[in-house]
Write a protein that binds this ligand. Sequence first.
Ligand code: MRU
Length: 347
Amino acid sequence: MRLKQISYQPIEWLGDRVRLLDQTRLPGEEVYLEIADYREMAVAIKELKVRGAPAIGVAGAYGMALGALAIKTGTIQEFRDRLQEVSRTLRSTRPTAKNLFIALDRMDAAAASGKDVTRTKAALIDEAISIHAGEAEATESLSRLGADLIESGFTILTHCNTGPLATTGYGTALGVILYAHEQGKKVRVLADETRPLLQGARLTCWELQKAGIPVTLITDSMAGHFLSKGSVDCVIVGADRIAANGDTANKIGTYTVAVLAKENGVPFYVAAPTTTIDVSLASGDEIPIEERSPDEVTGFHGVRTAPQDCQAANPAFDVTPHTYITAIITERGIIREPYQEGIGGVL
Ligand code: MRU
């Protein structure tokens, strides 16, 4: 089954450049950027023009392909040496989403095994296209599996944005919701606005409206109210990195929702492709958490909302301990406690 209503493409490879839908301009304007330089791609990732764990991985892979195309040398060793700088630059953009590092590891491996410059450039482009296709397919499969957890009539609470925009495919948490809707189930969504950058308000509501799924926007601080009133049948969120024990890093505010869900007896599901899992980390304590500029908290879109010189903290993600997670939905199966074993079984 294919999603009928996706009329937008967040990332497209155009042969020698990449077309990106600028997510910072949504929902006001649908503006596409053409990026031909890997440094521009690095800036686009840092500035969240492209965002969401799987989409960041895909953008990073295409960034490597762009960097490779721009290297003018016939010597394979020099080519590889110069490509390392491209990889380093892209790796330094956003630290939390595992997908970026898995994609760049694959690109580095493709560069290392190339025999000559021309063939290696072609192999790097093929590898980036294959990473893109893989992420898109994985989100479709996990969405199909996850849709089994959704019953007609459900109201689902979600946090941040996890749809086609964030994944270049079906979506993770939002993919499950879109799939259930495609199956004819009547679902309705409560979307957290997701402070400070409003991915929920700007992007999730935009994607759900386009899909024709009823959505009610709430501020992050309203989640407890609706969970305690019995208005929510389940919570589904995405993930940026999942440790070996199931602890999950996702957009800041996710942990709060997980605790509130458990307190109110509401299932809390995490949906993510296996490229988000990092078994090299024993627990969530080891997940690197991105710190972003305090300016994102003291104002929005150039309008200052806090007094001048007010200090602000801005961790972009938090970690939900696995004990709060009812199940993790991946493209290779739905995992429940004990997570360590379940995760081992899908990798
Ligand atoms: O800072 P963002 O907008 O990249 O954060 C995105 C999220 O936290 C998503 O929930 C996550 O990447 C998982 S789903 C694609």
